[in-house]
Design a protein around this ligand. Sequence first.
Ligand SMILES: NC(=O)c1ccc[n+]([C@@H]2O[C@H](COP(=O)([O-])OP(=O)(O)OC[C@H]3O[C@@H](n4cnc5c(N)ncnc54)[C@H](O)[C@@H]3O)[C@@H](O)[C@H]2O)c1
Length: 348
Amino acid sequence: MKGNRMSTNSQNENPGDIVTVSIVGCGLMGERHFTSCLQLPGVKISSVIDPRVEKAQALAGGSDAKVFSDVSHALSTEPPDAVVVATPPGFRRKVVEQVVSTGSGVFVEKPIALDMESVRAMCRAIDQTPVVNSAGFHLRYSPLAREAQGLIAGRKVDHVRSVTTTSYYLAQDVPIWYLQRRHSGGPLLEQSIHMIDMARFLVGDISKISAIGRKKQQPGLPNADSEDSMVLSFRFKNGALGSHIDSCSMAEFNWEVQMFGEDWRLQVDFARNRLSGWFEGQSVEKDLSKGDYHLLEMEAFVNAVRQRRQDEILSSFYDAGVTLSTVLAARNSLDADGEWHDVSAGVN
Ligand SMILES: NC(=O)c1ccc[n+]([C@@H]2O[C@H](COP(=O)([O-])OP(=O)(O)OC[C@H]3O[C@@H](n4cnc5c(N)ncnc54)[C@H](O)[C@@H]3O)[C@@H](O)[C@H]2O)c1
């Protein structure tokens, strides 16, 4: 397919076109998105790129994908229709600016960056060359989120309570940079961001936030310099009040958002794919079969690139930038031991 800039035309212009995709960053998520692309009809992986070229070679395996160690070289040799950026978050701004300048659609993993200046730079690049842009909040594509949206539509939300618990930081079952604030942002930007993003997706934007935390397990983890246990309080623009807990010292994985209104409550349990609630005296229990939400988000991305339309994307760079600005306000509050911080209204 030729020319990837977005169209203002509402027609599906090229339904049968092959979409060529490059994967930048060939670690855990690069491999995940590579696997998703292999499953999607009409998608061809044209190149895989990683400065550690042996990782790119391993990912390419026996496929036709070309292997590169340098993004500029790859983009100039064979410009793809779409690029999936799965590097650590501190190494994205330059890559994204290069990709957007070639007119390719761009997907980045979450968190979109570690600072707002990088987000603004990426959004400026997209303003100059409008391309399909998507950020990796895969839970937005889950049937759970869709069902929850339907159940709470038109209802006033009074309170929100969300939870993230993980054990893999403690087990060090992740690359070491996950445990280092300067590289990953720590568990707040790396994990809690999913539930804060979901709270925004379901309830609306957050205007004020406060956070306290501690380094519960720090002595055992000399390379980790981030809080591993946190409590956040926040106020939504629509008046709802929220709280979030994040613990990296619980053996069981939990990802939940619970919402309460005057005569209803709903719990969305992403770890168990279950919705449970109570609406005007009636119980609601729904078990949804586990789907591959990374596959759904990648399908939406390549379809959007094929059709040159942003509509199917549930998390644009601009929106992911607002989620980042929310957790960065929480991080500033953590550093000030719970002082309330305003969340900036947009990415500008
Ligand atoms: N959405 C999710 O559920 C989910 C799950 C896990 C990780 N993530 C996110 O995905 C991102 C990547 O995480 P990961 O676990 O795959 O990390 P990883 O360390 O396994 O892989 C990152 C890869 O990027 C490469 N890299 C570094 N700098 C690069 C550059 N400038 N150009 C190209 N490649 C470069 C590294 O060599 C490495 O191979 C992170 O932002 C992480 O938070 C998202």
